[in-house]
Design a protein around this ligand. Structure first.
Ligand code: PBG
Length: 354
């Protein structure tokens, strides 16, 4: 390489003309300057197009058997599995903070798992018990319950397994019964996360047939077969025992299909539809929002939580800033509600900046 000074082609800064030709890009500058609205916090606050608020959040809770149990989850630092007594206390605290809803998941002991999800229908099962106690202790909190077989399945699949296949209609029948038992215990919304076909309609019919017309359905309509669920499966000990979930969860390549699933669920009686995971699927949130009339929720899943935690622990980024920025991205994409493990943190940060 010829050094710049010896290069006859090289021109020094003096040779660059700094006088501007007449506004030849039609940019409006300098009459138009974007930075005027960014100059000061008050100006920025006034022109912010989207805002996070406490009312946006659903806080997932992992419940395990026992008393006074608070178990760390290796892949989800600072998140815990709680026994019913502590889960109720946590729910009361979240309600006090102003978070409107919790989404309940249970960790079922191995001995209570089978292929048909028998334990899921136990009237005095863990989820039914927690829902009853929580409703009694914190009546103002919206209780949402996970409806799927994987925590109860000896195969770790969301449906019943026959000859290596996850069978649809037989599973839907169990899911509908499960939904009724959650609703009877006091759930405000049942949240089917299984991706079986036709389950929203069957659940709706079962709820109506049992007089549970006030129980809502939060449908996981576009749930993708994602690599971001790993930490959650750790939390509930619900890894699939064989194969993967691609025969029921969606292909990450698809977006028109997500819209179709959401529209079908809306037609079958879903009161809210959900897109999951969140951050890698913001385009899907936007597409679904445009095509349905019911509120759209997004699930900021366990792997998304773990990524920020891991990076922050290494000092690679600022956790609080990364969290609030990603939550705001969901609002920008069009989400009405955000299920997130950051709910408590975000609520506290929002309170501080009030
Ligand atoms: C299973 C279920 C999963 C999640 C919610 N419900 C995992 C899966 O489908 O394997 C994932 C939530 C998360 O990763 O935060 N019915």
């Amino acid at each position: 390489m010829i050094p710049a000074v010896d290069n006859p082609e090289h021109k020094t800064i003096d040779s660059i003309t700094m006088t501007k030709p007449d506004n030849d890009f039609q940019s409006g500058f300098p009459l138009v300057r974007g930075r005027r609205n960014r100059l000061h916090p008050g100006r920025r606050m006034m022109v912010a197009e989207h805002r996070l608020s406490l009312s946006d959040f659903i806080a997932p809770l992992f419940v395990t058997e026992g008393k006074e149990v608070k178990e760390p989850i290796a892949s989800m630092p600072d998140y815990f599995r709680l026994s019913p007594d502590l889960a109720v206390r946590q729910a009361a605290m979240l309600h006090e903070l102003g978070i409107p809803a919790v989404l309940l998941f249970v960790k079922v002991p191995e001995a209570k798992k089978d292929n048909e999800g028998t334990e899921a229908l136990n009237e005095n099962g863990l989820i039914q018990t927690v829902v009853k106690r929580m409703k009694e202790a914190v009546p103002g909190l919206v209780l949402m319950t996970d409806v799927a077989l994987d925590p109860y399945s000896s195969y770790g699949h969301d449906g019943i397994v026959r000859d290596g296949e996850i069978v649809n209609d037989e599973t839907v029948d169990v899911l509908a019964r499960m939904a009724v038992s959650h609703a009877r215990a006091g759930a405000d919304y049942v949240a089917p996360s299984d991706m079986m076909d036709g389950r929203i309609g069957e659940i709706r019919r079962a709820l109506e047939a049992n007089g549970l017309y006030n129980t809502g359905i939060l449908a996981y309509s576009a749930k993708y077969a994602s690599g971001f669920y790993g930490p959650f499966r750790d939390a509930l000990d619900s890894k699939p025992g064989f194969g993967d979930k691609k025969s029921y969860q969606m292909d990450p390549a698809n977006v028109a299909e997500a819209v179709k699933e959401a529209q079908m669920d809306e037609a079958e009686g879903a009161d809210m539809v959900m897109v999951k995971p969140g951050l890698p699927y913001l385009d899907v949130v936007r597409a679904v929002k445009k095509q349905v009339q019911v509120p759209v929720a997004v699930y900021n899943v366990s792997g998304e939580y773990a990524m920020i935690k891991a990076a922050a622990e290494k000092g690679l980024l600022d956790e609080d800033q990364a969290v609030m920025e990603s939550l705001l991205a969901f609002k920008r994409a069009g989400a009405d509600v955000i299920a997130t493990y950051w709910a408590e943190k975000a609520a506290r940060l929002l309170e501080q900046t009030k």
